[in-house]
Write a protein that binds this ligand. Structure first.
Ligand code: ADP
Length: 481
């Protein structure tokens, strides 16, 4: 280790870690407490102390007793020059070496006052110097004649009275004091080095894990982008395929219809049944393809809203026509209860129709023979069911309890019901309560997720209440604003 001006910094890992890093005295000595110790020491012995690190940066400067005397000398050019030269030497002159180790230096000022310069070392390296003084050596009878040769204009009486304030001390006492100082500094440096080492290692460990985390984050981000790209590709693929499938399928259905109507000659009963099956299955398939197409539009953010003002009552009534034949087939009673006061609503008429048809379709599908379905529509004022996220609630969610006015549509059935714990999941893509291969009811598990997206596109909400074996009610709230 060699002394250097480089203070270690947490990010400075290129240097190969804290153990390989160069340490400076200011790294080791916590500024204020070291100054306090030195100040107490200077007060006690009434002698000034200066401490420099290896680069000449001053860490401590305590003057005791000599300020006025030195200030007086500073007033004259020649003594000022001599003083500057001396101080520069104290700061910079190299130490003598004994067995490769720096030893203290005694430096006499041109005034006869004395300094001792103490090398500060750590593990054999010179990390700074402590300058003790000036003091008046016991052996010095008074200010030397050479001082007045340097500057004859000096007032002898004034100089004598000012130098009186400088501590007079025998050299052996100074040597003892300095041994003590040396010990104090050694202890301070040693303990600081240990704690610095611990904290630096801690910082390095944290920095290393931070870099590791950064790397992982980058990888995750890249993977995420790749996934998003794939997802987009998938949506595009689905959209294209679905679109391409729809065209031939529409022809299949159309030609089946023409066959049933006898446009290509009359069919016997068996032939008619076969063609009817082709047509029914074709319609189911077309329905599924439409759902996939809707889903891919929603996922790619291309859901187009065709807004207009329309009569909700008409849309609800029209939707029932799509399930009447199935209801008849299963002897299901379909009650329609639409409030005459329902206002014109501004929204995407086709999508609202699709929402209701889908909910009614599910009700018919999941209601056994002889059951009952009720479709209700009304204007309703009340709070939303779900918590509403607000932009500024970073920490948590706020309940939006304010009442709003909605067009409320309920589709209630006396069907198989949905277990409580699965009720919110039915709105997830591909989720089906019965997902076994032997399941009784057909479907893709996409209908409700599409319905939910359509409702949300109208800033509304959808929720369900259900009891297994008794039936379910799906409620759509469309805000009227
Ligand atoms: P699909 O009906 O094509 O399976 P949906 O998204 O429309 O898909 O519905 C998801 C699941 O929610 C259904 O598979 C069913 O388990 C359940 N579900 C939906 N509507 C009802 C209902 N009226 N009664 C009972 N279960 C229902």
């Amino acid at each position: 280790m060699t002394a250097d001006a480089h203070a270690p910094s947490p990010g400075d890992t290129e240097s190969g870690g804290v153990l390989a890093r160069r340490v400076t005295l200011s790294d080791l000595l916590e500024g204020d407490s070291f100054k306090e110790v030195m100040s107490a020491f200077a007060d006690l012995y009434r002698v000034g102390v200066k401490v420099f690190d290896a680069t000449g940066h001053k860490l401590v400067d305590i003057r005791v007793g000599n300020s006025q005397f030195c200030g007086y000398l500073w007033e004259f050019g020649p003594t000022r020059q001599a003083c500057t030269k001396l101080v520069t030497g104290l700061k910079n002159d190299p130490f003598e070496l004994q067995d490769g180790v720096e030893v203290p230096r005694v430096v006499d000022c041109f005034t006869g006052l004395r300094y001792v310069v103490l090398p500060l070392q750590y593990e054999g390296d010179l990390i700074g110097r402590l300058i003790f003084g000036p003091y008046m050596p016991q052996s010095l009878p008074g200010l030397p004649e050479r001082l007045y040769q340097i500057e004859p204009k000096l007032d002898r009486r004034r100089a004598d009275s000012l130098v009186e304030q400088v501590r007079r001390a025998p050299d052996d006492l100074v040597a003892k004091l300095l041994t003590n100082v040396q010990k104090i500094v050694d202890v301070l440096v040693f303990t600081s080095y240990r704690s610095m080492l611990t904290s630096q290692m801690h910082i390095e460990a944290v920095t290393a894990s931070y870099h590791e985390l950064e790397d992982k984050n980058r990888t995750l981000k890249e993977q995420n982008e790749r996934l998003q790209e794939l997802d987009k590709l998938k949506s595009n693929f689905l959209a294209t395929v679905s679109h391409e499938l729809r065209t031939p399928l529409t022809s299949v259905i159309g030609y089946s219809e023409m066959l049933i109507e006898g446009m290509a000659g009359s069919l016997n009963d068996e032939q008619r049944d076969y063609v009817k099956t082709i047509m029914d299955k074709g319609e189911t398939l077309l329905n599924m393809i439409s759902q996939i197409l809707d889903l891919s539009r929603i996922e790619s953010g291309n859901l187009r809203m065709d807004m207009s003002d329309f009569n909700v009552k008409d849309v609800l009534k029209h939707a029932t026509t799509s399930v009447i034949p199935q209801c008849q087939k299963k002897s299901i009673t379909l009650d329609v209860d639409i409030d005459g006061s329902l206002p014109f609503y501004r929204g995407d008429k086709d999508k609202i129709g699709q929402i209701v048809v889908n909910l009614l379709g599910n009700s018919v599908k999941f209601t056994p023979q002889g059951g009952k379905i009720v479709l209700r529509g009304k204007l309703w004022t009340g709070p939303r069911r779900h918590k509403k996220k607000t932009a500024d609630d970073g920490a948590g969610m706020l309940f939006d309890l304010a009442d709003e006015t909605f067009v409320r549509i309920d589709v209630q059935d006396s069907g198989v019901g949905i277990p409580q714990e699965k009720i919110d999941r039915v709105f997830e893509r591909f989720y089906q309560v019965d997902n076994t291969s032997t399941r009784e009811y057909g479907g893709t598990g996409l209908g409700l997720s599409i319905v939910k997206s359509f409702v949300e596109a109208h800033k509304g909400e959808i929720f369900a209440e259900s009891e297994v074996g008794k039936g379910s009610t799906f409620t759509v709230l469309l805000p009227v604003s």
